[in-house]
Design a protein around this ligand. Structure first.
Ligand SMILES: Nc1nc(=O)c2c([nH]1)NC[C@@H]1CN(c3ccc(C(=O)N[C@@H](CCC(=O)O)C(=O)O)cc3)C=[N+]21
Length: 295
């Protein structure tokens, strides 16, 4: 039997509709949520993500301040811009697109963002709060994954979740969030990575697999049990001359084969990606409300 496809685009559209209503109500009170976006350099994938984020802001009524800086921008200049946004009352959220050029210390930049405007949830203050289960801005991709599971009726409580990939922006935080003692989490979590011995031993035990390795075909059909729920976080560009853009997007999972064994699976594109952007909008609206003493 073929898996039910979890439609990330549709779930994202549902949440964006809720947010649009909320933003309109804020506008009545004279409040316009604002997002400051910073992109350093001209990486094509980063450019397309940032453009998608700005378009999404515009669509739901969030003001976005677009800052595209040359790759040679100094760390000092970048920190000055972050500081300026920290002090700008029109800006409720700050997003510095990662990765940054090698000459810039990423950790120093993330640390410079006001934790109350850190809508990416990457500041160590928010990472720490998330870890201990305190209220914090939650990172967008992991939070999008939890929302997708919840809204698709997937039971995480007591489920064995196997996460593949230990990045700071997906693997580590999603593992942490799923083991929190709260609704929509309460999972038993195994976190696998490049040094894991016998990856398929682990993935075959999984009720839910979250693939965030950054490589196509990391998870193949022989590595999963019948009925597994598969969340594919990968966004890999593979050359494809038949496409207008010259490439197509594939995830980290062998979708066509795995979907024959899974009970539910997310596609790429149209899965986790649209959820990531939506949770960024969500955090920005929450931040604007907090800044104005609402909630
Ligand atoms: N500070 C920071 N915050 C991030 O949230 C962040 C980042 N840096 N660096 C890179 C990753 C990656 N990321 C994606 C966002 C949207 C899609 C997305 O919308 N993808 C569409 C397809 C987009 C396309 O066609 O290219 C989809 O999967 O359907 C994917 C990936 C955010 N990231």
């Amino acid at each position: 039997m073929s898996a039910k496809i979890i439609d990330g685009k549709q779930i994202a559209a549902d949440i964006r509709e809720e947010l649009t209503t909320e933003v309109a109500a804020l506008k009545e009170k004279g409040i316009v949520p604002g997002l400051g976006v910073v992109l350093v350099g001209a990486d094509p994938a980063s450019q397309s993500y940032v453009t998608a984020k700005e378009r999404a802001c515009e669509k739901i009524g969030i003001y976005s301040d677009d800052n595209r800086l040359p790759a040679e921008t100094s760390q000092e200049d970048l920190l000055a811009l972050v500081n300026q946004m920290n002090n700008d009352p029109k800006i409720n959220g700050i997003l510095v697109q990662l990765p940054l050029p090698k000459h810039i210390d990423e950790a120093a930049v993330l640390l410079a963002i006001d934790p109350d405007k850190d809508v990416d949830g990457f500041h160590p203050m928010n990472v720490g709060k998330m870890m201990v289960g305190e209220e914090a801005f939650l990172p967008c991709t992991p939070n999008g994954i939890l929302q997708m599971l919840m809204r698709s009726g997937v039971e995480t409580s007591g489920a064995h979740v196997v996460v593949v990939g230990r990045s700071n922006i997906v693997g580590k935080p999603v593992a942490n969030m799923l083991l929190q003692k709260k609704e929509g989490a309460n999972a038993t979590v195994t976190l696998c990575h490049t040094r894991t011995k016998d990856l398929s031993f682990h993935t075959r035990q999984a009720d839910i697999i979250i693939a965030a390795s950054g490589w196509p075909n990391t998870v193949t059909a022989d590595m999963v049990k019948e009925g597994v729920v598969v969340i594919d976080v990968g966004v890999n560009r593979v050359e494809d001359a038949s496409r207008e853009r010259g490439y197509r997007l594939v995830g980290d999972v062998d979708f066509e084969a795995v979907k024959e064994k899974a009970s539910m699976i997310t596609p790429v594109p149209g899965g986790v990606g649209p959820m990531t952007i939506t949770m960024l909008l969500y955090n920005t609206v929450v931040s604007a409300k907090r800044a104005n003493g609402i909630d």
